[in-house]
Design a protein around this ligand. Sequence first.
Ligand code: HEC
Length: 210
Amino acid sequence: MNLIAEKPLAAVIISSLMSLAFAGPVYTAAPANPCAPKAGNPCAAKDPCAARNPHAVGTRIDARRIRRPTGYRPYQGDKTALVTAGERLFNDGELSTNTMSCDTCHQGGSTFQPSFAKPYPHWVAMAAERAGLKQIHLDEMVQLCLVAPMASKPLPWDSMELAALVAYVGEVQKGFKPRTGGMANPCAPRNPCAAKNPCAARNPGAAPRR
Ligand code: HEC
């Protein structure tokens, strides 16, 4: 009896194993983490800062693109009007090729390092690292941020736009107080993903609230 009973059982086991092998494994484990790999991090590909770390290695820029030209004569105009125009430009994403405006990084004075508190020209880490400059003027700094983090072109040296940005940033500088602490993350203030992490509030493993 045993022999007879065992045969079909063995056959059942073997056929089950075969069907498993062909049909693929059957998962009976805990439900998959809805926020894990398949959905992927929806913000990963969209991080506007990832590729544009102004301190990234290997992205040196030619200092001649941002140095004052010989015979440089900045645009002259009414100071108040320039400051007003400069503030508008400071918030204008059209100045860059990556939709960033100056304000994206410098909102509320963020990302400015202690060097910004000193009169120009002075040493700026990014200017030294990226363009090999020991000192930089404010207008050159505007051009550097346009060329480097904003992946754009320098403004014409005699343009109203450059004079306006210089006038406005000059006003910002007057009220600037360096913060203590390390280098600020230029992307931190406006990390578009920070508030929107679709998984943050739904961690299925998190302890229930009481
Ligand atoms: C993607 C971020 C980013 C954007 C956009 C950006 N900057 Fe900057 N900017 C920086 C970083 C980072 C520093 C700090 C550099 C350092 O201290 O090494 C800086 C520093 C500066 C400084 C101060 C340098 C000093 O004297 O210490 C000025 C002025 C400045 N930016 C102007 C601008 C202007 C004007 C724009 C828009 C045309 C702009 N930035 C856009 C990242 C950015």
